[in-house]
Design a protein around this ligand. Structure first.
Ligand code: PMP
Length: 299
């Protein structure tokens, strides 16, 4: 599967170019050391028929913060970058797409502070990244990176080798996805998604500090507030997860996706009757700008 073909157009440093004609420098430290920052954003064809990028401002605010956290100069205007995203969608005739901004530094092998940042924006059609079915998740042998070794709230490219290793391990053992703990042994997140679980009518999620504070996570918190579902952010142990009524992952690419099992152990509630399912439907409604009627969900 290729994310582009000979007709694909991308944005690079203020220009719209054919993907097959764009070039990067093979001597750049972004490539050699993973010193780059990315975002993952989704555009939806909303109920009115209009194409809308979900939480574009929040994603570009994080893009800027991610760059600043690792000292990549950021002198872009986010409104212009958002307009460039819409233009990329239009030039590629896309209505539902995954949008990938990437900030890279030109050659700078001396490792002094970066002096220039370049921005790429490309888009591709991407279905649910973890699939539509419930996930069989295993506890990873990898931990999330040490917050004292890295700016873990930066979506820096190099950090994602950790995510790749954890997903590869899970898939090689026949699971769909991994769960990683933080360096203190508490539940952190998936390789590319935040975690929530339901227990006795309350929704729980790991507190900030050892996780990427996802934009979908913030949306799920908003949904809980709107629907009057009690929500608690706290440190979560592995044992609490085994005792959960339901567990789900959420992220821009994954959206809201329920778990089938954790280390082969199922959960107390069938997904169809869980609060996770209610939140999943409410999330879909929100991104599509549709009315959400909680009464339509089985109790
Ligand atoms: N955690 C990690 C490690 C991620 O890579 C992502 C995806 N960006 C998330 C959580 C979810 O973040 P968001 O909802 O902003 O996509």
């Amino acid at each position: 599967y290729s994310y582009y073909n000979e007709n694909t157009i991308l944005y690079y440093n203020g220009e719209f170019l054919k993907a097959t004609e764009a070039k990067i420098d093979l001597y750049g430290q972004s490539l050699h050391y993973g010193y780059a920052v990315f975002e993952g954003i989704r555009a939806y064809k909303t109920a009115s028929g209009e194409v809308k990028i979900f939480k574009a401002k929040e994603h570009f605010d994080r893009f800027k913060r991610s760059c600043e956290l690792i000292h990549m100069p950021y002198d872009f205007n986010n409104e212009e970058l958002i307009a460039a995203c819409y233009k990329v969608l239009e030039l590629n005739n896309m209505t539902e797409a995954y949008i990938r901004p990437l900030a890279i530094c030109p050659p700078n092998m001396t490792l002094k502070a970066a002096d220039e940042t370049h921005v790429l924006i490309c888009a591709w059609e991407w279905g649910a990244y973890l699939g539509e079915k419930l996930l069989r998740v295993m506890l990873s042998s990898y931990q999330r990176p040490n917050p004292k070794a890295f700016k873990i709230e930066s979506k820096a490219a190099g950090l994602y080798v950790n995510s790749i290793l954890a997903s590869q391990e899970a898939k090689s053992k026949g699971y769909d996805e991994a769960l990683l703990l933080d360096i203190e042994g508490f539940v952190a997140e998936g390789p590319g998604a935040n975690l929530f679980y339901e227990k006795d009518g309350t929704i729980y999620t790991p507190a900030k500090g050892n996780i990427l504070p996802g934009i979908t996570r913030a949306t799920v918190i908003e949904i809980c507030q709107e629907l009057g579902i009690p929500l608690v952010e706290k440190q979560i142990s592995v044992d609490e997860l085994y005792e959960a009524d339901c567990v789900f992952y959420c992220g821009t690419a994954a959206e809201v996706v329920g778990w089938d099992s954790f280390n082969d152990k199922g959960f107390a509630k069938p997904w169809a009757q869980s609060l996770g399912k209610v939140i999943q439907q409410a999330y879909k409604a929100k991104v599509l700008e549709k009315e959400f009627d909680r009464a339509a969900i089985p109790a």
